[in-house]
Design a protein around this ligand. Structure first.
Ligand code: NA7
Length: 544
């Protein structure tokens, strides 16, 4: 029967988001047999799942796409500065059609396990429909923020109303009209959805534990002239973002220390970026992320803005963060702080009065019970390692990835792409790559191209396996942690450090040295014949 059949492939790719789609295309074009497996019913990854009201990308549209294909660049036209979820999903469907990817993607299918077989030197991959596959290469394109997390509140399942997590939003429109809504969480997802839900709901209670630093997005509709110029200049744009620090355009606004300017000059500088909108704020000065005093000047500027927008001083006080700006993921918004001036919106400070339990009727804090018809969990993700741990991945000697990374300090990878003990396995946007702290498609294209080149190299040179060396991996992990520790990023608890998930090892599994530098390092590794890896030749017939 079909279920007992073993399918042999050159490569298995998990996921059909930005990563999996391009990886599939890259390997197929190079003549490999490859299939992608996707748990959802369509392409898009996080953009398939995150359908909550107000869901939008913080990267500007014109750089939030593939750049490897001129045809895609020229044929697609973005409508607004910051793309809405539905437009990004439409873009990814357009790309899937153009590249004719669907014939090699199996939807509604989860990869449950992938075990390395040391005898065959292949990966044994199992699907949730019972199919077994053997593949020479095993590649994960599972995303960094795709394992949604609902905290283990007491009574969680007792709630009798409707409940949704922002990252697993239903496809039908959720009707909030005249309903009493409770929303937990004020990260990017909360801040984007709160203003939109507030407009429709009868009443909205926002349960905030840590306030966000949010700055205006200032979204607008692109004009034709801008689109024309952009399409003309894509080659230059592509080079700029590839070699930039975070995959964005024009990232260095100012090379000065914030402390070299007078308070008036600083105010002017911050005001300029505030009016321009978008995530550019952390690039106003070179030392905002390394110098506490410099950072405080930016933090204070945003706090003053909150005071100027929010009418009730008590509410404004609760909305003002006290940690270092941008040490937790900064957020951009449309009408976020303004929303707290509405009569139908209440801010509940759950740091002061913690959530005690979810009840059949609503949410109970230490101060009392809020009766609700709908609860929205904007409570975030088990980031980076979470999506990988959903799959039983085992390398040599049966060691699981989970066990390998369970020692309470830091994930250990080489370049965020490979793992010692896991030959011929590659991670796209893996832990210790720059991905989550960059404009992600730029990082994804780099990873996919590096992996594609590597697999072609193995074929050309008749090599069976490639595996990261333990020492190279130790050095890479140490390097990632040290770079992060030289900034303010490790001084605040966040999903970057693993602090949002109970019992998760704390570390800093992101390379923060910049996407341009990272690209250079990866290119050097290749130029030196895959330095830091061990490559084994194909076995001759006699030894098989
Ligand atoms: P985030 O940024 O992780 O935000 C989750 C929010 O939920 C944050 O405000 C948390 O407060 C809050 N939270 C989490 N657990 C609890 C509990 N137990 N009680 C109260 N509040 C809680 O997730 P998002 O989905 O908004 O954004 C994820 C990323 O997607 C974003 O950074 C972009 O890169 C895209 P906390 O700060 O932990 O106190």
């Amino acid at each position: 029967t079909k279920k007992e059949q073993i399918i042999n492939l050159d490569a298995v790719v998990i996921g059909a988001g930005f990563s999996g789609m391009y990886m599939l295309y890259r390997l197929r074009e190079a003549g490999f047999s490859v299939r992608a497996f996707e748990a959802a019913a369509g392409v898009g990854g996080v953009w398939y799942a995150n359908r909550y009201p107000g869901a939008r990308c913080d990267s500007e549209s014109i750089i939030y796409n593939y750049t490897f294909s001129d045809e895609l660049l020229q044929e697609w036209t973005w409508t607004t500065r910051f793309p809405a979820q539905e437009e990004i999903l439409r873009y990814l469907n357009f790309a899937a059609d153009k590249l004719d990817l669907r014939r090699d993607i199996q939807f509604n299918t989860r990869v449950t396990s992938a075990h390395y077989n040391e005898i065959s030197k292949k990966w044994d991959v199992k699907l949730d429909d019972g199919t077994n596959i053997t593949a020479t290469y095993f590649i994960t394109g599972v995303g960094c923020l795709s394992a949604s997390n609902i905290p283990n509140f007491k009574g969680l399942n007792s709630f009798e109303g409707e409940a949704y997590h922002t990252g697993r939003w239903p496809h039908e429109k959720v009707d909030f009209s005249n309903k009493r809504v409770g929303l937990i969480g004020t990260g990017s997802s909360g801040v984007q959805s709160i203003p939109v839900i507030a407009e429709e709901a009868g009443y909205l209670n926002v349960f905030q534990r840590t306030p966000a630093y949010s700055t205006p997005a200032r979204n607008y509709v692109y004009d034709e002239e801008f689109i024309r110029k952009t399409k003309e200049n894509y080659e230059e744009i592509k080079q700029q973002i590839r070699w930039s620090s975070m995959g964005y355009l024009h990232t260095t606004v100012n090379n000065r220390s914030a402390l070299d300017d007078t308070p008036e000059e600083r105010e002017q500088q911050y005001q300029k970026i505030w009016e321009r909108g978008g995530l550019g704020f952390s690039q106003t000065y070179s030392d905002l992320m390394v110098n506490e005093e410099a950072n405080e000047t930016a933090s204070e500027f945003i706090r003053a803005k909150i005071d100027s927008v929010v009418k009730d001083p008590e509410v404004a006080k609760k909305l003002k963060p006290s940690y270092f700006y941008s040490a937790k993921r900064p957020v951009i918004d449309t009408n976020y702080y303004e929303t707290f001036n509405r009569d139908n919106v209440t801010l509940v400070d759950v740091k002061a009065t913690p959530i005690v339990e979810i009840t059949p009727k609503g949410i109970k804090t230490s101060e009392g019970e809020y009766e609700l018809d709908v609860i929205v969990f904007a409570t975030g993700y088990d980031a980076m390692t979470g999506p990988l741990f959903k799959i039983d991945i085992r390398g040599k000697d049966g060691v699981s990835l989970k066990d390998k990374w369970a020692d309470g300090t830091q994930t250990r990878t080489y370049l965020g792409i490979a793992n010692a003990g896991f030959p011929n396995m590659f991670m796209i946007t893996g832990p210790e790559s720059p991905s989550v702290l960059s404009n992600v498609p730029v990082s994804i294209e780099q990873h996919v191209e590096w992996i594609g080149d590597c697999i072609e190299y193995l074929r050309e040179n008749k090599l069976d396996t490639i595996e990261a060396n333990g020492e190279a991996e130790e050095a890479w992990s140490k390097n990632c942690l040290e770079i992060a520790q030289s900034s303010l990023l490790t001084k605040v608890e966040s999903w970057y450090t693993g602090a949002n998930i109970e019992d998760k090892p704390r570390g800093f599994p992101i390379y923060t040295g910049g996407v341009g530098n990272y690209r250079k390092i990866c290119d050097e590794v290749t130029a030196k014949g895959y330095e830091g890896f061990t490559l084994t030749p194909a076995r001759s017939k006699e030894t098989i």
